[in-house]
Design a binder for this molecule. Sequence first.
Ligand SMILES: NC(=O)c1ccc[n+]([C@@H]2O[C@H](COP(=O)([O-])OP(=O)(O)OC[C@H]3O[C@@H](n4cnc5c(N)ncnc54)[C@H](OP(=O)(O)O)[C@@H]3O)[C@@H](O)[C@H]2O)c1
Length: 287
Amino acid sequence: MRGTNSASTTPVLVTGVRGKTGVPLAELLGARPGVEVRGGSSDPSTVHLDGVRPTAFSWDDPSGWAAAAKDIDAVYVVRPDRADAPELVGALLAEVPAQARVVLLSERDPDHTGPDGWAPRAERAVRDSGRTWTILRPSWFMQVFTDPRFYRDLIVDAGELPFPAEDATVAWIDARDIAAVAERALLDGGHAGQVYELSGPQTLSLPRTAELLSAAAGRPVAHRQVTIAETVAGMSGFERDLSVLTFERVRAGRFAEVTETVERVTGRPARTLRAFLADTGSLTASR
Ligand SMILES: NC(=O)c1ccc[n+]([C@@H]2O[C@H](COP(=O)([O-])OP(=O)(O)OC[C@H]3O[C@@H](n4cnc5c(N)ncnc54)[C@H](OP(=O)(O)O)[C@@H]3O)[C@@H](O)[C@H]2O)c1
């Protein structure tokens, strides 16, 4: 930890602190002595995490960025899934102190549509920022199964996992493992200029994934093969384009590869899906 801001504190801004990686990252940082965690959210009144200072941060309100980033030593950037993300990330980093470390949450295979696609441009905004950077490229998060914004309710209420994977496998990763890598990159030396390809410890077919969900939910859960068009029905614009691209990459096997990076960076193996589901218990808990 550098603590360049003062002798006693290392201020770190966590954007997306309510999100899947933001929550566990803020908890890890909050447990570290001497770290002042600024939990960035567009709705800071909803941020209730021990050791975390709720901080107004919205991609829609650049006027608040300077205050959120004032004197920080490091920033965790959860790339917003919107068309102007490359420009927004670049503009935010211009407000960040020149010596601050930057850790970007990107994704696997960002170059799928070529070097001038949306995802590589967001990464380039970080590389070209003049700040010390680390880029995280995770596979799909296990938390999509327990987040009501994604598959949880379908799993619990309908006993199904509709997912257009064809025969591809996915190396699901626990967002807590992404957070653990981010914590190291934000606070410790040795991660500058690194691009970390992150995955869980196993690559699983969707039928096998559904078996594990069944065991955790205590009810039958079946994988349902659906088309990408069915999956994105009701979406429009950038959200639709991004989702189509994501599922095309799933089918092309881009989320299948297992890497050792979590263990190499944190010293602890990445969690299995079975362990994740046992830990959360949220597929059986009442809502
Ligand atoms: N999900 C995956 O499997 C996956 C895999 C690889 C890469 N990624 C990338 O990771 C980034 C984050 O994606 P994500 O899907 O994991 O999103 P997330 O971090 O869980 O949530 C993103 C933001 O949505 C807002 N939000 C709105 N309603 C919320 C609610 N009920 N609970 C929590 N947050 C809420 C929060 O911002 P405010 O507090 O400001 O409202 C939050 O920070 C994206 O760039 C995505 O492309 C995701």
